[in-house]
Design a protein around this ligand. Structure first.
Ligand code: C2E
Ligand code: MG
Ligand code: MG
Length: 445
């Protein structure tokens, strides 16, 4: 008797009274086995729900309220008001992750209807500490089909579908699609390869010249990372930087680029002295801002290379700053204390550009290529660019136009008073040796 109570206790989530992960895995394993034996379970589906914005509740209302919310969600998943509903097991398998396992479904559409009903029930407001709170959830659905599978496979697939539902805007459900699995597999293998990229010397910094628009002279470079993958050739940063960010590899990779770019600039300063000296822009991921050693590391690199701090410009993408502006502010202020420059990249593509300009002190704005491409052909775009340039100059900021590809675009930018720019019209990003040839040619001219 005692041992069966102990065992039951081990299968229950103490907070919500629902089943826990162990119970769910046992149920799934037994249903998979019965189905293998031709058992009469009908269609079976696993619905994984994850609350949207649970962290905000936790951070703003505290742990007690967050627990209360989870208890309430659990109660709603447990209750089955509809008569004749399919058999179901509800479990909490992690912080705010719940799973409902449905058996005896007659059609797949019924699983979708069940998921929609679960989400709708979730959306009804909950009373928490005298406040009425509405919190939505995102769900992923996967079916137990004839093929061999394990409970872990099912939870992974439902989890991938749930992430897809979040990516598509939250408060919705998505069905697992095997393509999601293949994509996740490809990302996983890329993450593993990326892990070895530094030690295998596969990362390369390319350099795109920054141009003074009226004179067309080179005033510096932006370092842009490339990955020479042993099997795939040159991989674009747009593909691997997000993976580096997800896996935390952006910290060593970011340090590598910073080092590489500063050493390159040191060499170019020695070889090509000019006034003002050439400057180097390095892109920083917002994830690097949470590295407690970032400021120390930048200071060390400046000291080791001896490059004047104002020749190093760190670029931050506008849209990325939105996630945690408060902690960004402190780090950016410390970086400014080192006298390095700060640039707001991709300006115009984020959400609260003007508030960043007010509260964070950037010394330059980089106008996104989407504006530059239309500056010569569209009056509205031209007016926007002109306004951005005026605004930046009023705030004592420099303006850089990115992605200049034609003479018409260049002429339009000069007309509205844009100072500097980059783009294929002048040069693509180049390996260091090729960039150096541009500098040689400049001296020869
Ligand atoms: P970004 O910093 O905004 O860099 C500008 C991108 O525009 C570069 O793409 C550049 O090659 C491209 N570009 C420059 N001129 C033109 C043009 O005239 N036409 C067109 N169509 N494109 C042009 P890239 O090198 O593929 O880099 C993409 C993004 O990846 C960068 O955008 C940056 O956000 C990120 N990235 C690159 N290197 C690093 C790095 O070292 N660290 C971090 N955290 N991010 C990096
Ligand atoms: Mg950039
Ligand atoms: Mg940009």
């Amino acid at each position: 008797m005692r041992s069966s109570i102990d065992r039951a206790g081990k299968l229950v989530d103490p907070l919500t009274g629902l089943g826990n992960r162990t119970l769910l895995i046992e149920r799934l394993a037994s249903s998979i086995a019965k189905q293998g034996n031709g058992g009469p379970q009908g269609i079976m589906a696993v619905v994984l729900l994850d609350l949207d914005g649970f962290k905000v509740v936790n951070d703003s209302l505290g742990r007690g309220a967050a627990d209360q919310l989870l208890i309430e969600v659990g109660a709603r998943l447990k209750s089955r008001p509809e008569a004749g509903s399919p058999r179901h097991v509800a479990a909490r398998i992690g912080g705010d992750e719940f799973v409902v396992f449905l058996e005896n479904l007659e059609t797949m559409a019924q699983a979708r209807a069940e998921a929609a009903a679960l989400l709708a029930r979730r959306n009804q407001p909950i009373q928490l500490h005298g406040r009425s709170i509405s919190i939505s959830a995102s769900a992923g659905i996967t079916f137990i089909t004839g093929g061999a599978c394990t409970p872990e496979d099912l939870l992974r697939d439902a989890g991938l579908a749930m992430s897809q539902a979040k990516a598509l805007g939250k408060n919705r459900y998505e069905l697992f699609d095997p393509v999601l699995g293949e994509r996740a597999q490809a990302r996983m293998s890329m993450a593993i390869d990326l892990h070895h990229a530094i030690e295998r010397n596969e990362l390369v910094a390319f350099y795109q010249p920054k141009i003074d628009l009226p004179t067309r002279s080179i005033i510096g470079f932006e370092a842009l990372l490339r990955w020479r993958h042993s099997k795939r050739g040159l991989v674009s940063p747009a593909e691997f930087i997000p993976i580096a960010e997800e896996t935390g590899l952006i910290i060593p990779i970011g340090e590598w680029v910073l080092n590489q770019a500063c050493r390159q600039l040191m060499a170019w300063h020695a070889k090509y002295p000019c006034e003002p000296p050439l400057s180097m822009n390095v892109n920083l991921s917002v994830k690097q801002l949470s590295d407690p050693d970032l400021v120390g590391r930048v200071a060390r690199i400046l000291a080791e290379t001896g490059i004047p701090p104002e020749c190093l410009k760190l670029e931050l993408t506008e849209s990325s700053l939105i996630t945690d502006i408060e902690s960004a502010r402190d780090v950016l202020t410390s970086l400014q204390g080192l006298r390095v420059g700060l640039k707001l990249d991709d300006f115009g593509t984020g959400y609260s550009s003007l508030s960043y300009l007010r509260t964070l002190h950037f010394d330059s704005l980089k106008i996104d290529p989407s504006f530059v491409q239309r500056v010569a052909t569209d009056q509205t775009t031209r007016a926007i660019v002109e306004t951005i340039v005026d605004l930046a100059h009023t705030l004592h900021m420099n303006v850089v136009a990115e992605g200049i590809e034609t003479e018409d675009q260049l002429a339009g930018l000069i007309e509205v008073g844009c100072d500097t720019g980059q783009g294929f019209l002048f040069s693509r990003p180049l390996p260091a040796e090729a960039a150096e040839q541009l500098l040689e040619a400049r001296i020869a001219a």
